[in-house]
Design a protein around this ligand. Structure first.
Ligand code: 6OG
Length: 188
């Protein structure tokens, strides 16, 4: 879809309470995706907070999953466990890979390769950290308007038990999707 010079790996973890159909999101308080709810991903080259040119009606908050970049010598899976503990203060007992997103941005040769995981068993109580404020949401009330624009397209399939491969090319405003491709795989 777009030519990139390099890909940087990130993790993004969604913790699910499958008995009650709830998903744990984090209000990101700083960094890339600040004021979005996320499962949690991160990128080195975008550490600076997004300037306030963001449309505050469109992104009043940033709700995200939990995750981030890899530390030296760390595998993607190890990073996923570590990030969830660092950001939500819980310890995952399982970690299932449910998809991969490749994010590219207008005029940026660096792509983000975000590995998405689901956790269904954990110990501890989600607790606010310097970076994130965790909150449980019903599957039917996920605040997509406060999340990255791509989430609404692939996250429902994750909740439906599918494995996905996504590619999203963003405009400079970091919310307009200029190009996209989503493939679903039932049994990878
Ligand atoms: P730090 O910068 O705090 O973590 N991330 C994205 N997540 C979604 N759903 N869509 C995007 O569209 C994203 N771009 C980045 C990956 C960055 C976190 O944000 C995620 C990381 O978990 C562009 O290290």
């Amino acid at each position: 879809m777009v030519s990139v010079n390099s890909k940087k790996p990130f993790t993004l973890v969604f913790t699910l309470d499958q008995q009650n159909n709830k998903i744990l999101l984090g209000m990101k308080k700083r960094g890339f995706g600040m004021n979005k709810f996320n499962g949690k991903p991160r990128c080195h080259s975008f550490k600076a907070p997004i300037p306030v040119v963001m449309d505050s009606l469109y992104y009043p908050y940033s709700n995200v999953g939990f995750g981030g970049k890899l530390e030296p010598g760390e595998s993607v899976l190890q990073a996923a466990y570590r990030e969830l503990t660092e950001e939500a203060m819980i310890e995952a007992h399982n970690m299932e890979k449910v998809g991969i997103n490749l994010f590219t941005f207008e005029n940026d040769p660096v792509a983000l390769e975000v590995h998405v995981y689901v956790v269904t068993q954990f110990s501890g109580i989600p607790t606010e950290t310097e970076e994130m404020r965790p909150e449980w949401f019903d599957y039917s009330k996920i605040p997509y308007q406060q999340m990255w624009s791509d989430d609404e397209q692939w996250l429902p399939h994750v909740l439906d038990g599918k494995f996905f491969l996504g590619e999203y090319h963003f405009a400079k405003d970091q919310k307009t999707i200029l190009g996209e491709k989503l493939s679903l795989v039932s049994n990878p």
